[in-house]
Design a protein around this ligand. Structure first.
Ligand code: NOJ
Length: 545
């Protein structure tokens, strides 16, 4: 089980309102008790923090806001002492515009690092092509030093590296080796499937209602992606004795592409984060929010289970620092405990490596945003500005989408206790604390056997103990049922049956489940009737109905 920490929101040791490495260190026992195997740290490198650290200006140093390299070494030792591992976020599709590589690159068309980034002359009096940035506006910024434009798929302070240049790739390999030599156990690779762009950078289609073209067919899963990853394996991972973990963030990836990326024989990545199941409540794009249909969700996850059953490996996640909180999104806050634990049950019973994002194990919810001034995230702020000022959309409807989908929902401080700053900081938190920390918090859940936290602990222990959970074959039952989520996991001699009622009304299973209940989120009678948001897992002899 991998636990993701978003360091700026996890635990603040020095009262400056921002989480830090010493804060994480002070909570390692909490993570070990939960059953964490691997910790993934969102970026802690030196950064101007335009995108909260996903804009790196020095890959070999810690941002002073988070601490020092000595703090890092202490943290890593503490992680290893407890039998856990630690992986770093590797953000190498782009750097910060304040990284010395870019500073040098932008200085002159003759700079030896000019070709390390994507510089192009404008076409006519505009950008080189029509691509929109993933964070609103054009993907090109005109630089006044030379009058040329540089490509930035994210903010203008995140220029894209040109991976076609072998020196760039070598520089990335060197920094990866530097961290592995320091003792880290692998990497989560940020938007790694965007590193190979199609030559020529052709215009993208402009979809109805959009201001810019969609360049993703020309920058996602590009022609040299697999070559670049295999070269990375040779230069960085091959020959290392330690067990390392790599997971690539790959928006827009298909099952077929994921099979190639995660086939161990190809030596590219251990697993990828696909996005399909967290886009099922969206229409034309992220901000076009629609209700989720359960049939779509279970059908989609089943497609990934079947698709990666014989080759490759799945990652399993509901949450991360970019996604709204799952209990508010696919669950029901009126059935807070039941829906948080049901969602955990179905996810963790699938085959693959489960990821838990900080606070998910407490059942943390979305924040009740009322006003745009409460948001901190550059994606949300840029979207609001573009949608309201440039496209003339109704501010209230834009706020509604931001409230549902905004990334700051995930980034409010970790809720440690019921004190005014939730035990996160003694100072003023950089982003508001969710007012529900008075009753959703670690201190109150830790000794309560009926808490969401206790349930996660039991679920994680079950995964550690049970081989059928690790490699049992997956089969979806009742695929067309609009409220029942049911499936089995089977290996020779043993089977688990999962049944869950994904609704606020009682329902009746079309069969009477047999076997012993190994975990369930309701106590009491176990017939064919399921109470609202009830989830149960039965152990059966393989062959049982
Ligand atoms: C994906 C990261 O998860 C997200 O937080 C970031 O803004 C973009 N990549 C750009 O690095």
């Amino acid at each position: 089980m991998v636990y993701q920490i978003y360091p700026r929101s996890f635990a603040d040791s020095d009262g400056d309102g921002v989480g830090d490495l010493a804060g994480i260190e002070s909570r390692l026992d909490y993570l070990a008790d939960l059953g964490v195997d691997v910790i993934w740290l969102s970026p802690i490198y030196r950064s101007p923090q335009d995108d909260n650290g996903y804009d790196i200006s020095d890959y070999r140093d810690i941002d002073p806001m988070f601490g020092t390299l000595a703090d890092f070494d202490r943290l890593l030792a503490g992680v290893h002492d407890r039998g856990m591992k630690l992986i770093m976020d590797l953000v190498v599709n782009h750097t910060s515009d304040e990284h010395p590589w870019f500073v040098e690159s932008r200085s002159s068309p003759d700079s030896p690092k000019r070709d390390w980034y994507w510089w192009r002359r404008g076409s006519g009096d505009g950008a080189p092509n029509n691509w929109g940035s993933i964070f609103s506006g054009s993907a090109w910024e005109r630089d006044t030093t030379t009058g040329e434009y540089y490509l930035h798929l994210f903010t203008r302070k995140q220029p894209d590296l040109n991976w076609e240049n072998p020196q760039v790739r070598q520089a990335v390999h060197e920094l990866m080796n530097w961290w592995l030599d320091r003792g880290v156990d692998g990497f989560r690779m940020d938007v790694i499937n965007l590193i190979s762009k199609h030559a020529g950078l052709p215009d993208g289609t402009v979809h109805p209602g959009d201001l810019y073209g969609d360049g993703s067919p020309y920058y996602a899963n590009g022609p040299r992606l697999h070559d670049f990853l295999r070269e990375m394996d040779e230069a960085v991972f091959a020959g290392r004795e330690a067990e390392l973990l790599t997971v690539g963030e790959t928006p827009g990836v298909s099952v077929d592409q994921a099979r190639l990326l995660t086939d161990p024989r190809r030596r590219e990545l251990d697993m990828v984060f696909q996005f399909e199941h967290v886009e099922l409540d969206q229409g034309s794009g992220k901000w076009d929010v629609r209700p989720l249909e359960l049939v779509d969700l279970k059908g989609n996850l089943a497609k990934w289970q079947y698709g990666l059953a014989d080759v490759g490996w799945n990652s399993l996640y509901w949450n991360n620092h970019d996604q709204p909180r799952i209990v508010s999104r696919y669950g029901d806050e009126d059935f807070w405990y039941e829906s948080a634990t049901l969602l955990a049950t179905v996810l963790h019973l699938h085959r693959g490596t489960p990821y838990v994002y900080q606070g998910e194990e407490l059942g943390m919810t979305n924040y009740p945003f009322r006003d745009i001034s409460e948001f901190r995230d550059v994606e949300s702020l840029n979207h609001y500005r573009q949608a309201v000022a440039e496209q003339g959309l109704d501010p209230q409807s834009v706020m509604r989408s931001l409230r549902a989908m905004g990334r700051d929902n995930a980034r409010t401080p970790m809720q440690w206790d019921d004190s005014p700053n939730a035990g996160f900081t003694t100072g003023t938190a950089w982003i508001a604390v969710n007012p529900n920390h008075t009753w959703i918090n670690a201190a109150s859940e830790i000794h309560d056997p009926g808490s969401v936290l206790a349930y996660y602990r039991r679920l994680i222990a079950l995964r550690h103990d049970d081989p059928v959970l690790r490699d049992g074959e997956f089969e979806l039952l009742l695929p067309d049922d609009p409220t029942i989520y049911a499936f089995t996991r089977t290996r020779p001699g043993s089977r688990l049956l999962v049944v869950a009622n994904v609704s606020g009304e009682s329902c009746t299973l079309p069969f009477e489940p047999e076997g012993d209940v190994v975990i369930a989120n309701h106590l009491g009678p176990e017939g064919a009737d399921l109470r609202p948001w009830e989830a149960r897992v039965y152990r059966q002899e393989a062959g049982h109905g």
